[in-house]
Design a protein around this ligand. Structure first.
Ligand code: SF4
Length: 207
């Protein structure tokens, strides 16, 4: 699957907020936003300043969502179209689809420090759903499924460090006991975080 491979920290600086794309580093004083604030990339932060148009803010919210979940435009648009066709409010359904991606669920369950590490674990065949290997990061996880890692996956240093963390904030729709994760129910937009204004994304694609 194609992915955006430019320096991840630039993406946070561009959006002006921490998007938590680099695992441990994001929680440390080495994070550039912690060190220097959210200075936009480019010489002297040349993108800074100026008023943002309505279109500009809608575009930024859409970009932010894509960057948080690490997906490119074409795939993001497909999620949006699927959300629009489904029953329920489009913005909320869009985030539900994004949250149910296997790479995101692994991250939320505290198996990995970032969605990009989750993607590697999945693509390398270390993730098991109900005991069967699944190697598609965009796989949509379902209610009632159990998620575990292969023996090799559990030996991964980043996985071990993340599993050992005591302060993982687990969303209420998921639970993990030791190294066994479980999807209790579907997530609601309100508990997904709310740092992204979903209505702005709906308006962006409705133009
Ligand atoms: Fe973003 Fe993490 Fe880089 Fe900080 S360290 S700028 S939160 S990716």
């Amino acid at each position: 699957m194609a992915r955006y491979l430019d320096a991840k920290c630039r993406l946070c600086r561009r959006e002006g907020v921490k998007l938590f794309l680099k695992g441990k580093r994001c929680l440390s004083p080495k994070c550039p936003i912690e060190k220097r604030g959210a200075v936009p990339p480019g010489a002297k932060g040349k993108d800074a300043g100026g008023r943002t148009s309505e279109y500009g803010s809608q575009l930024r919210e859409k970009q932010k969502a894509k960057r948080v979940y690490g997906i490119l435009e074409r795939q993001f648009k497909r999620y949006f179209q699927k959300a629009r066709k489904s029953k329920g409010e489009t913005g909320g359904m869009l985030f539900r689809l994004l949250e149910l991606r296997l790479d995101n669920v692994l991250y939320r369950l505290g198996f990995s420090p970032s969605r990009s590490v989750s993607r590697q674990l999945v693509s390398h065949g270390h993730v098991l759903i109900d005991g069967k290997k699944v190697n598609i990061p965009s796989y949509q996880v379902k209610v009632g499924q159990t998620i575990t890692l292969s023996q090799k996956g559990l030996k991964n240093k980043e996985v071990q460090e993340t599993l050992a963390q005591k302060n993982v904030i687990m969303p209420q729709w998921l639970e993990r006991k030791g190294a066994v994760g479980h999807v209790k129910r579907l997530p609601n937009y309100e508990e997904i975080g709310g740092e992204i204004a979903e209505q702005q994304i709906v308006e962006f694609y409705s133009r």
